[in-house]
Design a binder for this molecule. Structure first.
Ligand SMILES: NC(=O)C1=CN([C@@H]2O[C@H](COP(=O)(O)OP(=O)(O)OC[C@H]3O[C@@H](n4cnc5c(N)ncnc54)[C@H](OP(=O)(O)O)[C@@H]3O)[C@@H](O)[C@H]2O)C=CC1
Ligand SMILES: O=C1CO[C@H](CO)[C@@H](O)[C@@H]1O
Length: 316
């Protein structure tokens, strides 16, 4: 089976350029999606405590390791510390809980999921609904110091952040002993994130683009909103290469050095999303997709909009 391209992170570790997204997949469907993905060739899985399915993901991973299809060291597993676990003294416990559920003794990458901390008792209300949670005052820079400790202990091979803006990254970089390897951010043709990508590249921080299809299951109130798969310009490019709109969107990201983590529970689409390393988009087609940007964001973490560290008020 041909292996997928990897990127080398600023700590020297390697990450496969495509992974399976696992949010909003539940029960047996998440177990089967993981097994199918491994059979198809995926080795990278994007998980999080808050997805409430790490046990199922663990069942899928463990089954494929037991079958001898993969070894632990072939896999690249990410998890994320949720907002209720920002107190430095509890970060390791949060990771150990995820490890137990995933059936692993280390993750390849552990991320601070959002810069916004919540009070620990909010954990009983998870997953977050429309209600505004009680915020904690923990500074994500202090949470970062706890992340450094878990890497030193070998519980995470690499550490990084998610949903951080430029100023928030700057604050981490000022105090960091270990640099974040990744900023995982929403990134798709309608939110191409060119400015944040340029900044992160200048600091050797890899971008992992989440919701690469603009998370079509989520509600959009944008006037004249067209799903990315139905966008005529993307369809035209897809027809030209004899590929699907989804494959063109993922390929566009790969060619701009963005790691992609599309979510699917459908075996055919899991395979479709993986078949993106056998064609090359022209510079002209890349710029047509770049031109679709409308700075439209779909993952807003509404409950945290009044948090002092809400990341999306800055331009980038
Ligand atoms: N760090 C963060 O804060 C966040 C991280 N993430 C991560 O990113 C991952 C992906 O983002 P997500 O928001 O799930 O959305 P995506 O943009 O990946 O879209 C997923 C949706 O598209 C459908 N789909 C998948 N492939 C295709 C295809 N080839 N053609 C047509 N439809 C398709 C899926 O349906 P089906 O399953 O039926 O195929 C699903 O409804 C998440 O699962 C999670 O791991 C996401 C949000 C926030
Ligand atoms: O990763 C994520 C997936 O979706 C959640 C909401 O549904 C987000 O809060 C989160 O950032």
């Amino acid at each position: 089976m041909a292996s997928v391209p990897h990127v080398t992170l600023n700590d020297g570790n390697q990450m496969p350029m495509i992974g399976l997204g696992t949010s909003r997949t539940f029960s047996s469907e998440s177990i089967q999606a993981v097994k199918d993905a491994i059979d198809i060739g995926y080795r990278h899985f994007d998980c999080a405590f808050i997805y409430r399915n790490e046990k199922n993901i663990g069942v899928g991973l463990t089954a494929k390791i037991a079958e001898g299809v993969v070894k632990r060291e072939d896999l690249y597993i990410t998890s994320k510390v949720w907002n209720t676990y920002h107190r430095p003294g509890i970060v390791e416990t949060a990771l150990r809980n995820s490890l137990k559920d995933l059936g692993l003794d280390y993750v390849d990458l552990y991320l601070i999921h959002w810069p916004t901390g919540y009070k620990e008792e909010e954990a009983s209300n998870e997953p977050p609904g429309p209600k505004v949670p009680n915020f904690s005052d923990y500074d994500y820079v202090d949470t970062w110091k706890a992340m450094e400790e878990i890497q030193k202990k070998g519980l995470a091979k690499s550490i990084g952040v998610s949903n951080f803006n430029k100023n928030q990254l700057e604050r981490i970089l000022e105090k960091a002993e270990i640099l974040p390897v990744v900023n995982q951010i929403e990134c798709h043709p309608y939110l191409n994130q060119n400015k944040l990508i340029k900044y992160c590249k200048s600091k050797n921080i890899q971008i992992v683009g989440y919701s690469p299809f603009a998370s079509p299951g989520r509600f959009s109130s944008l006037p004249n909103y067209i799903k990315v798969f139905e966008n005529p310009k993307i369809i035209e490019i897809a027809n030209k290469y004899n590929k699907t709109p989804g494959q063109v969107i993922l390929r566009w990201q790969i060619q701009r050095d963005v790691v992609v983590i599309p979510k699917s529970i459908n075996k055919n689409r899991i395979k479709e999303n993986f078949t993106i390393f056998d064609f090359h988009l022209s510079t002209e087609d890349i710029s047509i997709i770049d031109g679709l940007n409308t700075n439209s964001r779909f993952v807003l973490l509404d409950g945290a909009k009044t948090h002092q560290f809400y990341p999306f008020y800055d331009e980038y």
